[in-house]
Design a protein around this ligand. Structure first.
Ligand code: ADP
Ligand code: MG
Length: 421
């Protein structure tokens, strides 16, 4: 090991208590320490935060971390304060701070105490912040959840689009790090172009989840009964059932309860107290099942979710991957079952018809991929990974027989599949 490697491992142990890096982390950390532009694509839970936190802690100056959600930033700041005795090691800079707090943040940065400064893109456009940040040493700028840059992503935020110009105002040649769990090539291109990091070293982890079994069933009028049967066959296990509408969430949760299944509903229409009550009931295993809209799941880490059922097909493969990804986090079994009817696709199309044309076009293109996934007779894992720009060997690959099509091949191969192959 080079001195550098010894240092990195020692720092990993010192700050995080880990003796090993996960996946591609070590390479990323080294690349950032060498001052290079870096692009990191890893699935959720892959350990992206450490990729910039560790080099930030090891380097001189302050790293700026751009993040879309206050809650995410606060979590990370708390976590960083846990690894160091120094309160000022990490700060959030946003409009909620009062004058005294801002003064403290600036003092800690100037002193060299603050290694990580979390900001929303808006905060970086404020003249007073720009002026201050220009005057201090910035180690690098990390853009977390970088897919927010792209209209092809699932969480487009226009204020992410000017980051390149904004960072250029802070100083010359500040290395930029983009990080995302969005694996689609379109989104990646957008990120690289937008951040102006065409020279970045790209680290892309595999998105294969070999322990997840993928299945699509035709959705009939008896879908609720089908779901009940599935849940009863999986008695005692934890599962999530996703529905498109709040109304359906409440209805289905009730139907399940009436059928003797312990279930709670979850959607953004409940107040915060009710939401956290239901969420806790699921996490603490007072109930087995949560019936939810997509509002449920962000940042939820229940390792032993054994199945994820989609009562309604999602609006993109990307969303489907994220939502099913909540199953089998512990590496154990995870059954991903989607109910599909073309009527639901038409419903989703209708939802979009009020939106701007460009948005509709993107939405429809994403939806067509969902149709292709649902109707394909090829390995669903291969289909999904191909969508993410990843080759998958459907004979010998990890998890090769873990889908309905591979286990029970259909006779007819549709033209679409040939085109894909
Ligand atoms: P992501 O942002 O990619 O979704 P996170 O940065 O939130 O992932 O990390 C996910 C989890 O992995 C966290 O609980 C973190 O503590 C853990 N983790 C990260 N790196 C390591 C490591 N080298 N060894 C063990 N656990 C790790
Ligand atoms: Mg993250």
């Amino acid at each position: 090991m080079s001195l550098n490697e010894i240092d990195i491992h020692a720092a990993l142990k010192k700050y995080f208590g880990f003796s090993q890096f996960k996946g591609l982390q070590e390479g990323v950390v080294k690349n950032i320490l060498e001052g290079r532009n870096t692009f990191v694509i890893m699935p959720t839970g892959g350990g992206k935060s450490l990729c910039y936190q560790l080099p930030a802690l090891m380097q001189e100056g302050t790293a700026i971390v751009v993040s879309p959600l206050i809650a995410l930033m606060k979590n990370q700041v708390d976590a960083m304060r846990g690894v160091s005795a120094e309160m000022g090691i990490a700060h959030v800079l946003n409009s909620s701070l009062n004058k005294t707090e801002i003064k403290q943040v600036k003092k800690d940065i100037t002193d060299g105490t603050t290694k990580l400064l979390y900001v929303a893109p808006e905060s970086l456009t404020k003249d007073e912040n720009v002026e201050f940040l220009r005057s201090v040493k910035i180690s690098f700028v990390a853009v977390d959840e970088a897919h927010c840059i792209s209209e092809w992503g699932h969480d487009f935020r226009p204020e992410y689009r000017n980051l390149k110009a904004i960072v250029a105002r802070l100083g010359e040649d500040i290395p930029m790090i983009g990080l995302t769990a969005t694996a689609t090539p379109k989104v990646q291109e957008d990120i690289i172009k937008n951040l102006g990091i065409t020279d970045a070293t790209v680290f892309k982890a595999s998105f294969n989840r070999p322990n997840l079994f993928y299945e699509v069933r035709t959705k009939t009028d008896n879908v609720d009964a089908d779901i009940i049967r599935f849940i009863k066959q999986n008695e005692g296990k934890s599962g999530i059932v996703y529905c498109l509408s709040r109304k359906k969430v409440e209805e289905l949760a009730q139907v399940l309860q009436v059928n003797g299944i312990s279930a709670v509903p979850y959607h953004a229409g409940f107040d915060a107290k009710t939401r956290s009550k239901y969420q806790d009931m699921f996490l603490m295993e007072d109930v087995n099942v949560v019936v939810a809209t997509i509002a449920f799941g962000m940042g939820i880490d229940k390792p032993d979710v054994r199945y994820v059922i989609h009562h309604d097909i999602p609006k993109s493969i990307e969303s489907y991957y994220q939502e099913t990804g909540r199953a089998g986090r512990d590496g154990g079994e995870g059954h991903c079952l989607a109910f599909y009817s073309y009527k639901d696709i038409e419903k989703l199309e209708k939802f979009m018809s009020g939106k701007p044309v460009a948005e509709q076009e993107i939405g429809n293109a994403l939806l067509q991929e969902v149709v292709a996934y649902a109707e394909t007779s090829m390995s669903r894992r291969k289909f999904m990974l191909h969508y993410f720009g990843e080759e998958f060997d459907e004979i010998n690959g990890d998890g090769a027989d873990m889908d309905d099509n591979t286990r029970n091949p259909k006779e007819k191969v549709e033209a679409k599949d040939d085109a894909l192959k």
